[in-house]
Design a protein around this ligand. Structure first.
Ligand code: F6P
Length: 569
């Protein structure tokens, strides 16, 4: 246990508190820009292809200096270097945290317990590429010899959200002749809807689970196997007969062969994969130093790689790496993840902001914020410090949001005129993705005009005088006034390419890291999800067989009874 002062006992923390209570008690972005128009240029950093504009934040040069002093005092860069070096910074699970090794270039050296992991990373990437190419070319066929036309990824959390998000984000780069779907929910409706119009003979299941013990994934994978074998019917049996099996072993042998052609696994757990019945030759490996929510650039990306092809997947990895390099080498004052992390600390701990909105102005990024929810909230939703003591400061925010402009016609009202301060990220692109019809591509300026207008309105609002000057009746003036001073970061990139997507994700990964480092929490464990999992397994027999579950609280017992009565009237 370190004897460093706790965060809120540090002088840098107290200075930030005084600054907030003093010159930043009622910050006005109109006044800040009037006094210092140069902030529009000065408060911009470039990271890879990303232009990150943080000028519309409730900060001054003094705020930034104090935040950077806090980063230095909490040794954010020292903690960063320890992570990149492969030290066991995930202390509660005693693991290294090396998602950055998943995109290290061939030839790099990243050691875990004295062993360079980069050759193994590239060996798996090469196997994935060879397999993806075989599926895409039609060389890998199903059990009956038919070409694979459908890929169904079965996984949950980090084994679903990344590839599912990226598949949507990079649709323009996908092989449109393939149907790719993602099943995560243990609600049977998810798998039902995903496969109902698919031909089993043409369907490949990619079972993604780091642990291969996750009940939702194993349940869905088991059901998928039944669906496959039932659907192949005679096709499966006759093929196994061709293989010369004896009468008694025809069905089992046929089933095994069918599963071998239609199921692959992505996991760290070869034993459990084999136990489930998937051929270990069809397993693509990753390692315990790649956390679930940080794993989609590992074997977990296989479904995405099949969809976009190995070359595009490597461009995505290059994008991640560009921001890794930026985070490792850019000085503090121009280090984008550091600055974004510090701004989040500023609002969460000194303005009591409870949430953070991520608002992409791209239809393709419809799942981006959902992905970030796991990345940020599973990482930094912690109440105990690395020292084992309860934190006495705010940690991770509630992350939420959907693509603009839809949100503008739903919840932006609260962003503009509600009583809560909600810092927001506005993400946009200079060009629409290639290949759109010219008339639709021409809509892009209107989309981006909305992004810029929202940032402007949130920051500068509309004064009562301005409203009056429009001739609005006096009694309506308060309703039509916008106070402004709602902070936003604008992230602008040339175009949503695989590389830019990788850059965006790495930007947020490292931002989350920075905040965890400052808050002195373990951003890489997730004990908070365990209790619910255990209780679900304990309660299930009460639902299925009416079993008496000892220790069930009265409220839950009544709910179970009501459920059974409604289910079996
Ligand atoms: O529920 C928590 C969690 O462990 C996540 O961190 C993880 O991404 C998800 O479950 C899925 O786990 P697995 O990949 O082992 O099935």
């Amino acid at each position: 246990m370190s004897d460093a002062p706790r965060l809120n006992r540090r002088p840098e923390w107290a200075e930030l508190g005084d600054h907030r209570a003093g010159s930043m008690l009622h910050p006005s972005l109109r006044e800040l820009f009037a006094a210092d128009p140069g902030r529009a240029e000065r408060y911009v950093v470039h990271a890879g292809d990303l232009r990150v504009d943080y000028s519309k934040h409730l900060i001054t040069d003094e705020t930034l200096a104090l935040l950077l002093e806090l980063a230095a005092a909490t040794d954010v860069f020292g903690q960063r270097d320890a992570m990149f070096r492969g030290e066991r910074v995930n202390i509660t699970e005693d693991r290294a945290v090396l998602h950055t090794a998943l995109r290290a270039p061939r030839g790099a050296v990243v050691e875990v317990d004295g062993e360079n992991v980069v050759p193994a990373v590239h060996a798996v990437l090469d196997r994935m590429a060879a397999f993806a190419d075989r599926v895409r070319s039609g060389d890998w066929t199903g059990h009956t010899g038919r070409r694979i036309r459908n890929v169904v990824n079965i996984g949950i959390g980090g084994s679903d959200l990344g590839p599912a998000m990226a598949y949507e984000a990079l649709r323009a780069y996908t092989d449109r002749s393939l149907t790719v779907r993602f099943v995560s929910n243990v609600d049977g409706a998810d798998l039902h809807e995903a496969v109902r119009d698919l031909d089993p003979a043409e369907t490949l299941f990619v079972v993604a689970s780091k642990t291969f013990t996750t009940i939702e994934t194993l349940t869905n994978a088991t059901s998928a196997r039944s669906w496959l074998l039932a659907g192949l019917g005679d096709g499966g049996a006759s093929r196994s007969g061709e293989a010369g099996s004896g009468a008694g072993s025809v069905v089992r042998s046929g089933a095994e062969k069918a599963v071998a052609r239609h199921f692959v696994a992505l996991s760290t757990n070869a034993g459990k994969v084999t136990e489930f019945g998937i051929d270990p030759d069809n397993m693509f490996e990753f390692w315990d130093w790649g956390g679930g929510r940080y794993s989609f650039d590992s074997a977990i990306g296989l479904s995405l790689m099949i969809a976009i092809g190995p070359d595009r997947f490597r461009e995505l990895l290059d994008g991640f790496r560009a921001i890794d390099d930026h985070f490792r080498t850019a000085p503090p004052e121009s280090n984008a993840p550091l600055l974004l992390g510090l701004l989040g600390v500023w609002y969460g701990d000194f303005f009591d902001a409870q949430s953070h909105a991520v608002l992409p102005y791209s239809h393709y990024l419809s799942r981006f914020t959902a992905y970030l929810q796991q990345l940020d909230m599973e990482s930094n939703g912690k109440q105990v410090g690395r020292d084992g003591l309860p934190v006495e400061w705010q940690t991770g925010p509630v992350v939420w949001g959907t693509p603009g402009t839809n949100g503008q016609h739903a919840y932006y009202q609260l962003l503009h005129q509600g009583t809560k301060l909600i810092p927001a990220d506005l993400i946009g692109f200079a060009r629409p993705v290639a290949g759109m019809e010219p008339e639709l591509a021409a809509q892009h300026d209107l989309l981006m005009a909305n992004l810029f207008a929202q940032g402007q309105a949130l920051a500068f609002g509309k004064t009562a005088e301005e409203v009056r000057a429009e001739g609005v009746p006096e009694e309506q003036v308060p309703h039509r006034t916008f106070r402004g001073n709602r902070p936003t970061t604008t992230v602008l990139a040339p175009e949503l390419t695989p590389s830019v997507l990788g850059q965006l994700i790495a930007l947020y990964e490292h931002k989350v890291f920075v905040q965890g480092a400052i808050w002195n929490i373990d951003s890489f464990d997730q004990w908070g999800v365990e209790l619910g999992k255990v209780l679900a397994q304990r309660v299930e027999p009460a639902l299925t067989d009416g079993a008496d579950v000892p220790g069930l609280d009265p409220s839950t017992a009544a709910l179970v009874a009501a459920y059974r009565a409604l289910r079996d009237p």
